[in-house]
Write a protein that binds this ligand. Structure first.
Ligand code: ADP
Ligand code: MG
Length: 229
């Protein structure tokens, strides 16, 4: 269908454009946040409160930009062994500050078993960044985010669950969250879940959403295990 092809070409273009812009904005942002951090070192300064505000807002911009960055890099279509548990841990560390600010406790329920897949580590981290961000944004304050990692009984698939005690998604909207530009947030982009979906598909994975309004959301991912034998 010609129309569908046109649609997906358009989407690709929009994605690339957003990614390119994000990439260009990131460098000046780094300079700004560097200087603000310096100005912020003196709590007696009359501008202390302002610089704190500037700092938290620049951090927010950087987080938003990080949603697109992976798409802006040239993607060598070469997949290498990636440790999913390790990538998930790295991303969790990245969000420590936000978790603390909102009094969200992070529950890492498992020691990581053998969780190697064939993939692109930057893209995999992008998936976790986007999902983690949504989980944090779903919790106004005080809540829990649980990360579960396990290997299926037959040893063929790795399962990763990201569970939050946030606002949840009404059941008639769980499909729509993958649509580009679908957002319920005043400062949202509506691109995060579309990017997640694309990367998961590219890795031959699956994604399922289980959600209940005012209870929370479970994002269930699976990826085929990589074994050398
Ligand atoms: P954005 O986060 O910029 O709004 P996304 O594509 O990441 O865009 O998400 C689209 C929408 O899906 C969100 O606006 C929100 O309504 C819903 N959503 C996604 N993840 C969650 C979650 N963990 N809890 C509640 N709602 C979610
Ligand atoms: Mg998002």
């Amino acid at each position: 269908n010609e129309n569908l092809i046109l649609q997906s070409e358009k989407l690709k273009l929009v994605g690339e454009l957003a990614a390119g812009v994000a990439h260009e904005i990131r460098n000046p942002m780094t300079v700004i946040s560097g200087y603000v951090q310096m100005m912020n070192e003196n709590p007696d300064s009359p501008y202390y409160e302002y610089t704190k505000l500037i700092q938290s807002e620049t951090e927010r911009i950087e987080l938003i930009l990080s949603e697109f960055l992976v798409l802006s890099r040239p993607q060598p279509n070469q997949f290498i062994p990636v440790n999913l548990g390790e990538a998930l841990n790295e991303v969790a560390t990245f969000f420590q500050y936000e978790l603390q600010q909102k009094a969200i406790s992070l529950n890492i329920s498992n020691e990581y078993p053998h969780t190697i897949i064939l993939g692109n580590k930057n893209q995999i981290k992008q998936v976790f960044i986007n999902l983690f961000k949504n989980a944090i944004e779903a919790i106004p304050e005080n809540g829990t985010i649980t990360l579960e990692v396990c290997v299926g009984e037959d040893g063929k698939d790795i399962y990763i669950n990201i569970i939050d005690t946030g606002c949840g998604i009404p059941s008639h909207l769980t499909e729509r969250i993958f649509e580009p530009f679908y957002t319920t947030k005043t400062k949202g982009t509506g691109l995060g879940m579309m990017i997640v979906n694309k990367i998961v598909q590219d890795h031959k994975g699956t994604i399922k959403i289980k959600s209940q309004q005012n209870v929370g959301t479970e994002v269930l991912l699976s990826f085929p295990v990589f074994s050398e034998y």
